[in-house]
Design a protein around this ligand. Structure first.
Ligand code: AMP
Ligand code: ZN
Length: 513
């Protein structure tokens, strides 16, 4: 397989099916069946993926962004394997309560009240902040029929009429009305909660009882505005003025934009406990489907969940301690793609602990790769046909096909970068092929992009360069006293002068911690 693999992968003349036939089968872990399964698309040659997007009441933290890096690697892998990808990512601007079950306040309404701003302004501000992080992390965003569809994020409030239609169609057989809203009776579908695993803190234990609920796990399809109150976001419905329950939007957008059953549904591991089981119940009700021994009855064939990014002190949160936004990493001097690298180094199903040391190590690894890739920039990419690369491409394909094992795939890319005495155009083609999946954008980065650049540095890069030029001149004249004094001056401003650095860096600013 190895020798034909590389040729097949990059030759546009090959048909898609031929190309797929020559690649390793893609194995993905399905949270619903708890098994690794060979990916077989619902529609031949196509892949349709739905990713639960952010609730835009606050900035995303880097843990949230791990979920989108994972979904991006999945999408890139499907594209690379030759499937025509349609990838829907939604923006939740309504309905998500402070508790994933039906307790607490609406996150958006709460933040709008705290900030004394309109919900629409809050949603716009934080949606744009999320998009900035998406861009900085090389996340492709929504895709339609194999092409980037960057402007086409699916915004929940654009689908209110569809949510009402969906709710009307499931209400007679599956819902009941209380003073507070329309509720889904989970006993009306088979195998409710099959996806969930935790029944303690993250799961049922968190569900507060709403008076009159038939089952503790029943959830709101429509939340009525309490008498005498007005909400900023509310719409008329057969059950009174109010707003949709959070779970409804994903069922509705999934069905409308991808059709049931679609291929893959993704989200963070917390969604496996409440949000996705509830989405599945709604989907079963909508399509009059039976139990979940048939995975497709859930609305999707495969349900995938990334594990959490955690802090040493525990769960990542937007309220406790230092709020780890991507912008904070950037302000401390780290290139955002060092964080993407950090995510790729771990398997998406493993918990990943964030530390500044770990981020620094990921940045160094990225620097080494970029320095090797820089040598290829002048060469035009040709085809990757070369016996030295065939086994590496095969190893890469096997790793990524093994439930997206990016950690091993990265080592194949590093080994490809290290191959000596080969035509630069061939090597560039191999590197670009692998990087199309990993999304580091190696050929677009330069070593100076990756310099540590703390926002509050006391010195500019031009000033550093100027001081170093003076130091060089002093050394040329054997004036070591001046040279040392310049070095000390720079050190006092956080600049490490790196004479004889093996990576060829002349200086580095210290990152802020
Ligand atoms: P939210 O904006 O709260 O709806 O979350 C957006 C996405 O981030 C969801 O897929 C969550 O499951 C996921 N998520 C939340 N916290 C973390 C974390 N610490 N690590 C990884 N993913 C997370
Ligand atoms: Zn969702």
């Amino acid at each position: 397989m190895c020798s034909t693999l590389a040729r097949a992968r990059l030759s546009p003349a090959r048909t898609r099916s031929k190309r797929m036939a020559e690649m390793t089968d893609l194995q993905l872990f399905n949270s619903l069946t708890r098994k690794l399964e060979t990916f077989e698309p619902v529609h031949p040659g196509e892949a349709r993926v739905y990713t639960c997007g952010p609730t835009v009441y606050n900035y995303p933290h880097i843990g949230n962004m791990r979920a989108y890096v994972f979904a991006d690697v999945l999408g890139r892998t499907l594209s690379w394997k030759g499937y025509t990808l349609t990838h829907v990512i939604n923006i939740t601007d309504v309905g998500h309560l402070t508790d994933d079950a039906d307790a607490g306040e609406d996150k958006m309404e709460k933040m709008a009240a705290e900030k004394a701003q309109s919900i629409w302004d809050i949603a716009k501000h934080y949606t744009e902040a999320y998009w900035a992080d998406v861009k900085a992390l090389n996340i492709r965003g929504p895709m339609k029929n194999g092409k980037p569809d960057a402007s086409n994020w699916s915004i929940a409030t654009d689908y209110i009429d569809d949510m009402l239609d969906f709710a009307k169609s499931i209400a007679p057989d599956h819902c009941y009305e209380l003073d507070s809203g329309l509720y889904f009776d989970v006993s009306t579908v088979q195998d409710y909660g099959k996806l969930a695993r935790a029944v303690t803190e993250e799961g049922e234990g968190r569900i507060d009882t709403v008076e009159g609920k038939r089952n503790a796990a029943d959830f709101a399809i429509w939340r009525k505005t309490p008498p005498g109150e007005t909400r900023q976001m509310e719409w008329d419905s057969p059950w009174g003025r109010g707003a949709p329950g959070w779970h409804l939007e994903c069922s509705v957008m999934g069905e409308k934009l991808l059709g049931f059953p679609f291929d893959i549904h993704t989200g963070g591991i917390d969604h496996r406990e409440i949000h996705h089981p509830n989405e599945i119940a709604q989907n079963q009700a909508f399509c009059h489907c039976g139990g979940l021994s048939e995975a497709t009855n859930s609305g999707a064939k495969v349900w995938m969940h990334n594990n959490f990014l955690v802090e040493r002190s525990g769960k990542m949160s937007k309220s406790a301690g230092e709020f780890l936004r991507l912008q904070l990493l950037i302000d401390k001097g780290y290139h955002p793609l060092a964080y993407r690298m950090m995510c790729l180094q771990a398997h998406y199903r493993s918990e990943l602990e964030f530390s500044w040391e770990g981020l620094g190590a990921a940045l160094t690894r990225l620097k080494r790769m970029v320095m090797q890739a820089e040598r290829l920039k002048d060469a035009a990419a040709s085809t990757p046909e070369h016996p030295k690369f065939a086994p590496l491409l095969a190893r890469f394909d096997e790793a990524i096909s093994d439930d997206l094992n990016t950690a091993v795939a990265l080592t194949a890319l590093e080994d490809a970068l290290a191959v000596k005495k080969v035509d630069a155009g061939i090597k560039r083609a191999v590197v670009e092929t692998m990087d199309a999946v990993l999304g580091l954008g190696l050929m677009d980065l330069s070593r100076t992009d990756l310099r540590i650049r703390p926002k509050d540095a006391e010195i500019t890069e031009a000033e550093i360069e100027e001081a170093l030029a003076r130091r060089k001149a002093a050394r040329a004249e054997k004036d070591f006293a001046s040279s040392d004094a310049l070095r000390d001056e720079l050190a006092a401003k956080g600049v490490d002068v790196m004479d004889g650095d093996p990576l060829g860096w002349e200086w580095a600013l210290e990152a802020r911690r």
